[in-house]
Structures are given as C-alpha cells and as structure tokens.
Design a protein around this ligand. Structure first.
Ligand code: ADP
Length: 613
C-alpha cells in the first residue's frame, strides 16, 4: 500500500524539479547558442583576416618570393594573433606562421583544405596535432595568381590555399567563465525559487494541517475548537471557506450529539426507573439491553447482561418459548407466567412484542414483564376472605334456621325443648354478632390506619393493662385461672389507649380460653434497654395448651384457627389475633408469638415506649 505523502511533498519537489529543468534547459540552450555564436563569429573573423592578407600573399606567390612569404606569414600571424598557413593545391605547406613548413605533413586531407580545394570556404574545428590545441581553421582558395606561377600545367583554377586559424582555448576559457556564471546564477535562482516554493507550499499545507488536527479532534468528539480563527491569518479563500463550513458542521454536530445524548439519557432514565421489567433481545436471541427491574427479577448483573444469550438470563422455559415464537412468527404474545424461586413464586404478566428498527425491519423482540404477584396474592386473600366470611356466617345462620324450623314444626309446644332451642339460637346469634362486630372493628382499624386517622399519644401503660385485665377477670375467675400484671408504674408508650386495650383484651381472652383450670396468665411489660431502647414489650404469657409449630406462621391470618373445636366452643370469631396484628401495625409496632405445644404460649406486642422520668 502506498503511504500518502504530506501535501508539501507533493508541491515542493515537483516545483523545484520543474524550475531546475527549466533553468538547465534555458542555460544549456543559452550556452550552446553563445558558443555557436562565438565560433561562427570567429570563423567569419578568420575568413575576413584571410581575405585581408590574401592580396599580399598572392603577391609573394606571384613573385615566387618564398622567403618573404614565410616572413610575412610570421609577422602577420604574430600581429593579428592568428596562425597563417599557405598550402599549395597538392596539400604541401608553403609557409606557416608558427611552424617550419618542411616539418609539416601534407594537408590535402584536412577538412578545411578539402573544402577550399572544392572552391568554397573550408571550415574545421578540431584538435591540432601540431600545436596540441583545439583550433578553428578557415581556408580560402587563392585564384588568379598570374600565369600559374606555381604550377604550369595545372588545370585547377585554384593556385593556393590560404588558411587562417586561431586557438579556441581563449574562447573555451571565456565560455567556461560564462558557464560558471550561468551555473552560479541558476543555483541562486534555484535556491530562491526553492525558498519561494517552500513558502508557498507551507502556506497552502499549514492551514490544511491545522484543519486536519481540528478535524481529528472533531472525530474524537471534541467540538469545542473552531478552525476559522486558527487558519484565518495565512490561509487562502478556499481554505477559509472550508474552515468556516467545517466550524458550522461542528456546531451542528455538537448540537445534534448533545440532543441525542440528552435524549438517550432521558430514555435510559425512563428505562431504568420503569417498574416493569424490560429486556430487549435481538434476532439472534442475544440481550441488547436490560433494565434495573429485569436485572433484579432474574438476579443478573445489568452491565454484564448485554450480548449474552437470553436463555442464560431468563431461566423460564415458558418465557423462552414465547420469545422464540415471537421471533419466528412475528406476532406478539401476551401471557402470565410463574417464576419459581427460593423466595417464593412470582407471577409475571408478560408481553413479548416485536422490536422494529427505524427502517421498519425486525430488530428482535421486547419483553415487558409486570410483577403481579402482589395483586394475585391480594386476590387470593380476598377470595379466601370472602369464602371464610361466608363460611363463618353460614354456620350460625344454618344452625339458627334449623332450630327455628324445628320450633315451628311443633317443638314450640314442648316447653323445655323450646327453651333449649331458643338458648342455642341466642348463642348462635351472639356468635353472629361477635363475627360481625370483629369484622367491623377490623375494617375500621384497617381503614383508619390507612388514612392515618388513628391518634397516638404518650401515656402510662399500666392503667390500660389493668382495664384490659378487668374486662377478662370474670372469665378468668370462672375458669379458675390466675391473672397477674407485672408493669412498672413509669412505663409509658406511644399509643391509642382504646385500641391497645382491645388488643390486650383479645390476647388475654385467648390466654384464658386456651388455658387449663388452675393455670396462670401474666401480662408483663419490659422497657427496652440498649439496642431495644425506645421500645416497650407487652408480653401476655400463659401456661395453657400451647400451639403446634406448624400453625405459628399463619396464626395472625383472619379466621385462622389452630384449635377449631375449642375456638367455636368459646364463641371465638377467629379474628382476634388479626385485630391484634392490625392494632400493632397502627402503632407502627409488631406482634410476635412463641409457643410450645402443651406448655403454653407467649404473645408480645412491641411498640414505641420508655420509662418516664
Ligand atoms: P379465636 O377467636 O378462635 O380465638 P383468634 O384469632 O383470637 O381466634 O386466635 C386464633 C387461633 O389461635 C385460635 O383459634 C387458637 O387456636 C389459637 N390461639 C390463640 N391464642 C392462643 C393461646 N394463648 N394458646 C393457644 N392457642 C391460642
């Protein structure tokens, strides 16, 4: 993969290279042109010089003054800084300004000589072996030297060749100097151009780099930064426009994200604080999210649940089937399931509905569970209560009706029977009255407690207990049972005296009723110390028949009797202890029971109280 380069490395080297190539090309072209110009100029110059001295040379040749010719060549060559050579048409050197013609080889094969022999101006640039230098040679043919002095039978009109030449060493030096200047100048221009390009490149790339950094911060969720003030000073119009657009985009994104986060938090709060247990499940039957109520219901960690298979969370076959069914059939399922647990069964009103995403596609299912355990229990209690009340009322009513019918059928005429029957009717009607009175008392306490209409006041306990004992004393005496109160004078309690007296009477009546002749019943008050400070315990104790262990948990339920026969015999309604419990609760207190079958029972009312003074 090609790693992307920084923008500066895209602009800078390309620009510098272009400038470099332009300079090289222009310089090369300039140098070559200049060189050519110089050479051509030198050639023209050499040709002029040749023409200039040609008449004199012709003269010497015509006069056949070979010595003078040589002398002239040397002098003219020296004064003009030119090498002058005279060659005959066969290539033999006749005179030379720099060398001895005798030592020089035949020149007919030299390019410039050959050119001149052809009747033109011969030009050659080459290395001279004689002088060991780079030279320019220009040769012109000399004609019309009178009567072919040199060569009598010559058919050629050319009589001799005059060659002028100069060394190009000086030219080379000049050119080299010019080249050096051009190179130095080019380098300076290149450096300057490089610096300018670098500046421009950085001017373009720097704001973009700053924008990249800002954009990275945007990508990281930080929208606080604004690009425009950062890039404004140096950047181009395009970049500042882009920066302004990105700032606007960041602002909008910030607002949108904030709105989404707020919305999500609100939803999360609603979702978490919902009383209903909710689990969102995807199409793969994995948990998407679960709220607090559901996590608590199934005893799972709310944070660890997402991503788990729903079967790991919901350990209820019925609910699992509903989820699978809804996912498969895309139809909601409403049902009530029972969740078995160690802490008792839970009744859940469940609603498994299809979960759609925004595009209307199936995203899974949503399970909404409503804990209806309390409602179901209340319904059961109510149902049991109605059944119990009906049963309790029916028994005395059936009895009364039976005896009334017997009386009407003739028993009325037999006086002793009639009196006996009427006594039973009286007893049953009293029982009816007791049940109704107790029911009314119970509902009254319940109702007033609910409305907070039971006034409580601090007062001495002893008078209340004595009043209660007084009520039961006759019954206790008749049963041969001793009744004692053990209560400190200063014991105080926050109470409703009337209701508390009723509760203690109920406990005492029971204690007397369920005791054997000669038994003992005590009412003891214990004022709490240390941890129990601020509490009083009113304990009603007997050494009667006691209660079997299995009855104890349900003893305070309405109409619950552990000893049905004895209860009925003494005309109990089965509501006494339920009333005691409600009175204790109205006092923000509790009632406890301890009992050993055959040995006796102990009921304790615990409520707010202390020792006065
Ligand atoms: P009841 O009118 O039948 O006495 P209660 O609600 O007062 O109704 O008592 C409920 C049942 O609790 C009684 O039927 C009796 O079996 C049992 N019980 C209550 N107090 C005592 C006690 N002190 N000793 C033994 N059994 C008791």
């Amino acid at each position: 993969m090609i790693t992307p380069k920084k923008l500066i490395w895209h602009i800078f080297p390309a620009n510098v290279l272009t400038i470099f190539l332009v300079i090289i090309t222009v310089s090369w072209y300039g140098v070559v042109s200049l060189q050519e110009f110089y050479l051509q100029d030198t050639e023209a110059d050499l040709e002029s010089r040749a023409h200039l001295i040609s008449s004199k040379v012709k003269e010497y040749l015509r006069d056949q003054k070979s010595g003078d010719l040589k002398e002239y060549c040397i002098q003219a060559g020296r004064s003009s800084g030119t090498r002058i050579t005279i060659i005959d048409p066969q290539g033999k050197v006749l005179a030379d300004s720099n060398e001895d013609p005798q030592t020089m080889e035949n020149h007919s094969q030299r390019v410039e000589i050959a050119g001149a022999l052809a009747g033109q101006v011969g030009i050659s640039r080459r290395f001279s072996k004689t002088l060991q230098e780079n030279m320019i040679y220009v040769a012109i043919p000399l004609t019309n030297i009178s009567a072919n002095v040199l060569q009598e039978n010559s058919e050629k009109p050319i009589d001799a060749i005059l060659r002028t030449s100069v060394s190009v060493a000086a030219l080379d030096t000049t050119l080299r100097r010019i080249k050096t200047r051009i190179i130095l100048g080019s380098l300076a221009v290149l450096l300057l151009a490089g610096a300018v390009t670098l500046l421009i490149s950085r001017n373009i790339s720097r704001p973009l780099e700053q924008m990249t950094r800002s954009a990275e911060r945007f990508a990281g969720g930080d929208f606080s930064l604004r690009m425009l003030p950062v890039v404004k000073k140096t950047a181009s119009l395009e970049v500042t426009t882009l920066a302004a657009s990105m700032d606007r985009m960041a602002e909008l994104l910030d607002e949108k994200i904030e709105a989404i986060v707020t919305q999500r938090n609100q939803l999360e709060t609603v979702f978490s604080s919902m009383v209903e247990a909710v689990i969102a499940i995807d199409t793969e039957e994995r948990v998407i999210s679960i709220n607090d109520a559901a996590a608590e219901l199934f005893g799972v960690d709310k944070k660890a649940a997402p991503g788990k298979i729903v079967q790991q969370i919901v350990r209820n076959v019925q609910l699992q089937q509903h989820i699978s069914q809804t996912l498969a059939a895309r139809e909601s399922v409403v049902d009530e399931i029972v969740l078995r647990s160690e802490n008792g069964d839970k009744f859940l009103q469940t609603n498994v509905v299809i979960l759609g995403n925004g595009a209307g596609e199936n995203a899974g299912v949503l399970v909404v569970m409503n804990d209806v355990t309390k409602i179901r229990r209340l319904e059961n209690v109510r149902r049991d209560f109605v059944a119990n009340v009906s049963h309790e009322l029916r028994t005395p009513i059936t009895s009364i009706r039976g005896y009334v019918e017997t009386l009407l059928d003739g028993a009325l005429d037999i006086r002793e029977d009639a009196v006996g029957f009427l006594e039973i009717i009286l007893h049953q009607s009293e029982r009816l009255a007791t049940i109704i009175d107790d029911l009314l008392a119970l509902s009254k306490i319940e109702d007033e407690a609910k409305r907070g209409a039971i006034p409580l006041a601090f007062g001495p306990l002893r008078p209340v207990l004595e009043a209660a004992a007084q009520t039961c004393r006759l019954q206790a005496d008749q049963a041969g049972i001793a009744l004692a109160i053990d209560c400190p004078e200063q014991a105080m309690a926050e109470m409703n005296a009337t209701l508390l007296e009723q509760a203690v009477v109920n406990l005492l009546v029971n204690a007397v009723t369920y005791s054997r002749q000669g038994g003992e019943v005590t009412v003891e008050v214990v004022v709490g110390q240390a941890e129990q400070a601020g509490k009083v315990r009113i304990v009603v104790r007997d050494n009667g028949i006691g209660i079997a262990k299995e009855h104890l948990p349900r003893l305070f339920e309405r109409f619950y009797r552990s000893d049905k026969a004895r209860s009925r015999a003494h005309g109990g309604s089965g509501l006494g202890l339920a009333i005691v419990k409600h009175i204790a609760e109205a006092h923000d207190g509790t009632v406890e029971v301890k009992s050993v079958e055959g040995k006796g029972s102990e009921f304790a009312l615990v409520m707010r109280g202390e020792l006065a003074g």
